[in-house]
Design a protein around this ligand. Structure first.
Ligand code: FMN
Length: 141
């Protein structure tokens, strides 16, 4: 089993980072054989989504549609795909997740999902590209 822990705080060793470490510890106590990878997004080159929609509209049978930007999201996306469990930590900034985390989420939005169906008049209800559709956030849940 693969656990991927993602930290969206700009500060390493502070609140969010520490809480994510605690969550990893707790996870390891329940599933000691699992592989753990922790990513502090702040350490990575993750550019903003440009809304070119190439990843959304590209015809592909791959689980991850290719983004036009070749940065650290190539590897991080593979890590997300290979994970069975995800821990995602973020501080609250301006009442929401940090820009660091939302930048990451925007970059996996359409690479991991494809549009299908319509909501009202808008095309693009997202469905997963991967067959491995569910990931738990914690063992037993
Ligand atoms: C730009 C900015 C905006 C923030 N906005 C909020 C907020 O809306 N609500 C809140 O409770 N705390 C807010 N905070 C405080 C952080 O959530 C708090 O310091 C948190 O512990 C930081 O986590 P970290 O130690 O992992 O960096 C904000 C901090 C910053 C730097």
């Amino acid at each position: 089993m693969n656990l991927l822990a993602i930290v969206g705080s700009p500060r390493k060793g502070k609140t969010t980072d520490t809480l994510v470490d605690k969550a990893i510890e707790s996870f390891k106590s329940k599933l000691p054989e699992s592989n753990v990878k922790k990513i502090n997004l702040i350490d990575h080159n993750i550019q903003y989504c440009r809304n070119c929609l190439a990843c959304r509209d590209r015809e592909t049978t791959e689980a991850i549609s290719k983004c036009v930007i070749e940065d650290d999201m190539v590897q991080i996306s593979r890590d997300v795909l290979e994970s069975d469990y995800l821990i995602v930590g973020t501080p609250v900034h301006m009442g929401f997740a940090t820009g660091i985390l939302t930048t990451f989420l925007e970059r996996i939005c359409w690479t991991f999902a494809k549009p299908e169906g319509k909501a009202l008049t808008l095309k693009a209800c997202p469905i997963p590209r991967s067959e491995k559709k569910t990931k738990s956030v914690y063992p037993g849940f």
